[in-house]
Design a protein around this ligand. Structure first.
Ligand code: GAR
Length: 229
């Protein structure tokens, strides 16, 4: 007797590409208080703000911290009426000194969860110790492949056929830490860093809000601290 394999449906395939998140996550009793750190255009900031507005993520953005005065993300913060603080890394003597000010600012705005949404600076133990398992990062590759800067160029140079994005908890080593959510995208013939990045970003905007909810629900379920630290 031969066993027949059920045909792969598009539902199966899409959950392979981006694992489905169960609908009934244990929602924390009150909206998550987010602090977002960003250095660039802020499309991921926008995705989080939209997910909140659409009722898909029970959260509020307490503050945006950005390190680059020219970053477009500031325009988005103004549009969403989110308080924004420029902490320009060039004004600080060391990475630790910058992180101390970041922690101070996050505390001042009563932040519980920190989301690095295109934050292009390495963080130190100063920040990590203050928000243990409460800092998330999004990276444009399927980690642990292609850590660090130029992740998309690295993937194209290597010649991978599948790339994607990862949301993970932040640890001291760059782009390392427990993975929360990933999504895969194909690399197509003729892709440039820009075309591949655009395809990856479509997935980033889906998984980042999901991953925030997932991370918070996991901590509630496992009995870890869910109250402001
Ligand atoms: C995103 O693609 C994110 O994955 C990447 O920066 C981009 C920010 O885009 N982050 C990193 O490379 C961190 N290592 P956005 O400003 O439009 O959100």
């Amino acid at each position: 007797m031969t066993m027949s394999t059920p045909p792969a449906t598009s539902k199966h395939l899409s959950s392979l590409i981006c694992p489905q998140v169960e609908q009934n996550l244990s929602i924390p009793p009150s909206p998550l208080k987010l602090g977002i750190m960003a250095s660039g255009s802020g499309s991921n900031f926008e995705a989080i703000a939209q997910a909140i507005a659409a009722g898909e993520l029970q959260a509020q953005i307490q503050v945006l911290i950005y390190n680059n005065p020219a970053a477009k993300v500031i325009e988005r913060a103004h549009r969403w009426q989110v308080p924004a603080q420029l902490l320009d890394h060039r004004d600080f003597q060391s990475r630790e000194a910058l992180d101390e000010r970041i922690v101070q600012t996050l505390r001042q705005f009563e932040v519980e969860w920190v989301v690095m949404a295109g934050w292009m600076r390495r963080v130190t133990q100063v920040l990590i110790d203050d928000f243990p398992d409460r800092i998330l990062n999004i990276h444009p590759s399927l980690l642990p492949s292609f850590r660090g800067m130029r992740a998309i160029e690295q993937a194209l140079e290597y010649g991978v056929r599948i790339s994607g994005c990862t949301v993970h908890f932040v640890r001291l080593e760059v782009d390392s830490g427990p993975i929360i959510q990933q999504s895969a995208v194909p690399v197509l013939p003729g892709d440039t860093p820009e075309t591949l990045h655009a395809r990856i970003q479509q997935q980033e905007h889906k998984i980042l809000p999901q991953a925030i909810a997932l991370a918070a629900a996991t901590q509630v379920r496992s009995g870890l601290k869910s109250e402001p630290i």
